[in-house]
Design a protein around this ligand. Sequence first.
Ligand code: NDP
Ligand code: OXD
Length: 310
Amino acid sequence: MKIVFASSHEISQHEWIEPLAQALPGAEVVLWRPDLPAQDADVAVVWTPPDALFQRERRLRAVFNLGAGVDALFRLPSLPPDMPVVRLEDAGMAVQMAEYAVWAVVRASRQFDAYVAQQGAGQWQPLPELDRAQWPVGVLGTGVMGTRVAQTLAALDYPVAGWSRSGKVPAGVEGFAGADQLPAFLARTRVLVNTLPLTPETRDIMRRDTLRQLLPGAYLVNMGRGDHLVEEDLLALLDTGHISGATLDVFRQEPLPQEHPFWRHPRVTVTPHVAALSLRRQTIAQVADKIGRFMRGEPLTGVVERDRGY
Ligand code: NDP
Ligand code: OXD
């Protein structure tokens, strides 16, 4: 079996290629480069690869994505429509997403930024206590990531609801399903936490008319994809005060351009797409297991449903 490894990021032979080969005895693992002859590989392991991969590697039987989101792959015109695409499931990312959401929600609801400002001014001024009932959290997408986020915030006694296609939510979380129930979900939500995958149906889901349905003084946490959020609409609603602040990890253009107003906005926190980092050991173990199952014709999870887009 021959595996090509294709990534837009720098790939170290020592950190990725060799451990993957060790985890799959008998497999040949090579780094794919557009300037080398086609490798005639059986499978590709990828993170945001170039379209040229699928133009050149004509014998691929499946592609294994080194992340949970497959939107970048689906943008490639040469990805064959019937090629199985297998995504990463959790692999140590869900707990990080939960940490990120807790960081943002707790900072906003406990007014910790105000205490940081007070320290700067040498002020000792306790602020009113937190009333969690005033901070209902709504999690968009209750899949692998959203479930862990919702469970973690519910364990901190925030009132938590989740929205998904099916309405499936963990215990202790109120469930809302589909487009029909989106208005009711938004109307009870003050902190909106996005963990949706990017698909044609979810693109621009956070825009003026949906964000305006949130409770006044709403707070936004975006960990899904930049294209979920209409950035100008967020800026306009921050200006009116309807949205009190936002913590954003993903952007329509990454890296976020230097001139972008989010960088200097006093109520926007920017992080560089790090809500959950790939953990090398867990990622390699999971991908190797999935490739092994695929090659042996055994059932495997994480196969993306192409018509749903996730
Ligand atoms: P899953 O496929 O496990 O979950 C997706 C969830 O979104 C499901 O609950 C699904 O509903 C719901 N959903 C999808 N489409 C719709 C729709 N049209 N309407 C309502 N609900 C919908 O994905 P993961 O949780 O593993 O990952 C989610 C996303 O998180 C990734 O695609 C990626 O964009 C992002 N991510 C970001 C990271 C970062 O560092 N910023 C790191 C990792 C992931 P249902 O349950 O009914 O199917
Ligand atoms: C992912 C990501 O989708 O890191 O896994 O964004």
